[in-house]
Design a protein around this ligand. Structure first.
Ligand SMILES: [Zn+2]
Ligand SMILES: [Zn+2]
Length: 415
């Protein structure tokens, strides 16, 4: 069943709702249209005697307006995208999942299906995240939007003012839209301030209605600027800490480490480039330059080894990497492999891709316990990797010279 199939069917009531949802957008366009008339006709053409000043005012006004409308339209018109088919759970598996008699069985089914998917996020009970409406494994940072009726990649929030979900594909456009809307309002307010003062001094020329157009233009631009400055400031903050609005209210839960609001915080500049791209020439244009595919994201610990960043970008030293595995991490059957290829590094320098080294966790813990009888301290250094079933564990043993990665410290770390 595809995402599209899950979208609300177009009944007469559904059509009415669709029209209703465009009302905020139409309202914004109506305000922009009126402000264009008030600024260009009433203020510049009819009320500005200095022709040079008028040309300068109109020139910068139109530059700002074009960037504002361009980013606004891109935010509205960019599709939320769709989760690729290989994230979808076949109907047969879904039936097994729904028929499972306990949560542990469901976890096992989900973790097994997500074995080769780059997911690090989990539910609070440690299971791979699953959308029962779209029948898919939820990619990291994605959420199901009840308005769009589908799972949305890196969902920030559903915004009625753009009648769209703010998500991975249009987040840059949305931030630019807020920024250019703010600049537009401030520019209009600044250039109408002189006429506003003249009005109170009784010196403003023009007809009665013309004067009120200019006065309203000043008031409305100030009013929108005040509301935009807080919203724009908040989203700049979110960009700099690499967090979505949803994540700021509820921290993502990681497979290793649990809930962590700063799990994607790579440092301010790197966070900014995640959304705006590496090429500064495109930073201020509503052209898609965000990094990644929207399905997987570099994490703070993955990016910086054993360092993570706090909300202000300061570094903290943590003991666990997202890709490390702990003996207590029994829920884990898979590790993300897409844009990072973890491997085991042995004492003798041999590096073994972890995708080929599969060790049953509980078996390893048992072995560690046995070894502890002679080398108790060594059992603490057991590195246990992942993706596991018994057959693959045998393969791992072959890879390791016929001896499974043992508790005697032959495997030290996952890089
Ligand atoms: Zn969904
Ligand atoms: Zn939505």
């Amino acid at each position: 069943m595809g995402n599209d199939d899950n979208r609300r069917r177009k009944t007469p009531c559904g059509c009415c709702m669709s029209v209703f949802k465009w009302i905020p957008v139409l309202f914004i366009f109506a305000v922009i249209g009126w402000s264009y008339y008030a600024y260009v006709v009433e203020l510049c053409v009819l009320n500005t005697e200095n022709r040079v000043a008028m040309i300068f005012m109109l020139f910068f006004y139109h530059i700002t307006l074009i960037l504002f409308l361009w980013s606004y339209w891109k935010t509205i018109s960019t599709s939320v995208g769709r989760v690729p088919d290989h994230w979808r759970i076949p109907d047969e598996e879904v039936n097994h999942l729904f028929r499972a008699d306990n949560p542990e069985t469901q976890k096992r089914i989900l973790n097994n299906f997500a074995r080769n998917l780059p997911v690090t996020n989990r539910t609070m009970n440690g299971s791979v995240r699953f959308c029962d409406k779209c029948k898919i494994i939820k990619p990291d940072r994605s959420h199901h939007c009840s308005v769009c009726s589908c799972c949305v990649l890196k969902m920030d929030h559903h915004c009625p003012w753009v009648n769209n979900c703010v998500n991975f594909f249009n987040y840059k456009f949305f931030v630019l839209f807020l920024g250019y809307a703010l600049i537009y309002c401030l520019y209009v307010a600044f250039t109408t301030l002189h006429d506003f003062i003249q009005f109170w001094q009784g010196q403003l020329n023009g007809s009665g209605m013309g004067r009120f157009h200019i006065l309203f233009l000043f008031f409305i631009s100030i009013m929108f600027a005040i509301s935009l400055v807080s919203l724009f400031g908040y989203h700049i903050y979110l960009v700099l800490v690499n967090r979505t609005t949803l994540e700021s209210f509820r921290a993502p839960v990681f497979r290793i480490g649990g809930p962590d609001k700063n799990g994607y915080n790579l440092g301010r500049y790197a966070n900014f480039c995640e959304v705006f791209g590496d090429d500064w020439q495109y930073w201020f244009l509503p052209i898609f330059t965000s990094k990644g595919d929207g399905l997987s994201y570099p994490t703070a610990t993955e990016q910086t080894g054993n360092q993570s960043y706090d909300a202000m970008g300061h570094t903290n030293h943590s003991t666990a990497n997202r890709l490390d595995v702990q003996p207590t991490d029994k829920l884990i059957d898979a590790i993300p492999l897409n844009n990072h290829q973890p491997h085991l590094e042995l004492d003798n320098g041999q590096r073994i891709p972890s995708s080929q080294v599969i060790v049953n966790i509980e078996q390893r813990v048992a072995e560690a316990s046995a070894a502890a009888a002679t080398t108790a301290a060594d059992s603490c250094n057991v590195v246990i990797d992942l993706i596991g079933d018994q057959t693959a564990a045998k393969d791992a043993a072959v890879l390791n010279g016929g001896h499974p990665l043992s508790a005697n410290g032959t495997a030290d770390k996952i890089v």
